[in-house]
Design a binder for this molecule. Structure first.
Ligand SMILES: NC(=O)c1ccc[n+]([C@@H]2O[C@H](COP(=O)([O-])OP(=O)(O)OC[C@H]3O[C@@H](n4cnc5c(N)ncnc54)[C@H](O)[C@@H]3O)[C@@H](O)[C@H]2O)c1
Length: 324
C-alpha cells in the first residue's frame, strides 16, 4: 500500500506517519509513505524519521498542480492534513488560510481525481460548527464557523464532499476535537503553557478561562483517521473525539500541577476575538460503524506529554526562539 500524506511534517500528520512506519495499524502494515509538506513555520523535518527507506519526503505546496501530477500516480490513498492551523494567526491575517486550506485543497482534490487515487481522507475540525452551549454536535449539524480558520476549514470540507457528490470521488471527511501530544508546535495552548512553565515563565489565560474544549490525544486521533481510511463509507463525515471536556481554567490547573507551579504563574489576558465558548462532538457514528474508542486517558496523556516536553528541549527551544 502506498499512502500520500500532505502536511506530514506537522504535529498530527507526523504522528500519523510515524505510526504507519512503526506498523501500528495492522491494515497498513508495510505501507510506504510519501509526505508532501511545504515546511511552513509549523512543519519540521525533525518530526519525521527521514532516513526510513519506506518514507519519501518532498518539500512542496499542495497548491502546486504540476508537482502533484508528478507525485500522485501510483498511490492508493491520500490523507490530507496540510493546512494553516492556528486560529490566532487567522485573526491576524486570513489570506494564507484561504490560499492553503481552500484553494490548496481544491487543487489537491483535482490532482487526486486525475491520478485515479482511491480513497481521499480529508482531515478537519469540530470548529466548523461554531460553538455549542449544551449537548453535542452530530455529523449532520449545520456549519456555522466563527474564526477565519474555521471558515476556511468549512470551505475545504464542503469542497471535499462536493468532489464525492459531483465526481464520485471516494472521499471521507473526519472532524476532530482539540489534539494534544508530543511534537505540537509551541504556539498551541498545551505546549505553550508547558514550555513556558518549564522555563519558569507565566502563561497567558484568555478571558475568564471558562471556554470548554474536548481534549483528544493525537495517537487516538490518528487511530480514528486510519479507521476512516480503511472502513469509512465514501461521502461520509466522521467525528473523532476524546470524550474529555475541560474548561481552559481546569486545563491550566492540571498543567500547573504537572509542572509543579502555582496560580501566580497565570497571567489573565484579553479574550480572543470571536472566541468559541464550547466545542463538543458526538462520536456515536464512528464508534458504532468503525469501532472507534479513545484509548489514552487524559491523566496518562497529559503526564506523558508534559514528560515529553521536559525531555525534548532540543526540539522546542529553537522553535520558541524563532517565533519570539
Ligand atoms: N491541532 C489540532 O488540535 C487540530 C484539531 C482539529 C483539526 N486539525 C486539523 O488537522 C490538520 C493538521 O493540524 P496540525 O495541528 O498538525 O497542524 P500543523 O500546523 O502542526 O501542521 C500543518 C502542516 O501543514 C504544512 N503545510 C502548510 N501549508 C502547506 C501547503 N500549502 N502545502 C503543503 N504543506 C503545507 C505545514 O508545513 C505543517 O507541516 C489540519 O488540517 C488541521 O486543520 C487540527
Amino acid at each position: 500500500m502506498q499512502i500520500f500524506v500532505t502536511g506530514g511534517a506537522g504535529f498530527i500528520g507526523s504522528a500519523y506517519v510515524r505510526a504507519l512506519l512503526q506498523d501500528e495499524y495492522p491494515g497498513a502494515a508495510g505501507a510506504s509513505v510519501t509526505v508532501l509538506d511545504l515546511l511552513s513555520y509549523s512543519g519540521n523535518r525533525a518530526n519525521l524519521p527521514v532516513a526510513d527507506s519506506r518514507l519519501r519526503f518532498v518539500q512542496g505546496d499542495i497548491a502546486d498542480a504540476a508537482l502533484l501530477r508528478d507525485l500522485l500516480p501510483g498511490h492508493d490513498a491520500v490523507v490530507h492534513f496540510a493546512a494553516e492551523s492556528h486560529v490566532d494567526r487567522s485573526i491576524a491575517g486570513a489570506v494564507p488560510f484561504v490560499t492553503t486550506n481552500v484553494l490548496g485543497t481544491q487543487v489537491l482534490l483535482d490532482a487526486a481525481r486525475t491520478a485515479g487515487i482511491g480513497r481521499f481522507v480529508h482531515v478537519s475540525t469540530d470548529e466548523v460548527y461554531g460553538s455549542i452551549a449544551e449537548g453535542s454536535w452530530t455529523e449532520t449539524w449545520p456549519l456555522m464557523p466563527n474564526s477565519p480558520y474555521a471558515a476556511s476549514k468549512a470551505g475545504s470540507d464542503l469542497l471535499a464532499l462536493a468532489a464525492h457528490r459531483t465526481h464520485g470521488m471516494d472521499v471521507v471527511v473526519t472532524r476532530c476535537s482539540n489534539n494534544y501530544g508530543p511534537y505540537q508546535f509551541p504556539e498551541k495552548v498545551i505546549p505553550l503553557f508547558v514550555t513556558n512553565l518549564l522555563d519558569g515563565k507565566q502563561v497567558p489565560l484568555y478571558g475568564d478561562g471558562g471556554n470548554i474544549r474536548d481534549w483528544l490525544h493525537v495517537a487516538d486521533h490518528c487511530r480514528g483517521i486510519q479507521l476512516a481510511l480503511e472502513k469509512g463509507r465514501a461521502g461520509e463525515v466522521y467525528h473523532i473525539g476524546g470524550g474529555t471536556e475541560l474548561s481552559n481554567r481546569e486545563l491550566t490547573g492540571r498543567l500547573l500541577d504537572a509542572c509543579g507551579a502555582g496560580w501566580d504563574m497565570v497571567r489573565p489576558v484579553e479574550d480572543r476575538k470571536g472566541h468559541d465558548r464550547r466545542y463538543s462532538l458526538d462520536i456515536t457514528k464512528i464508534s458504532e460503524e468503525l469501532g472507534y474508542a479513545p484509548q489514552v486517558t487524559l491523566d496518562e496523556g497529559l503526564a506523558s506529554t508534559v514528560a515529553w516536553y521536559r525531555d525534548n528541549r532540543d526540539w522546542w527551544e529553537p522553535l520558541k526562539a524563532g517565533s519570539a
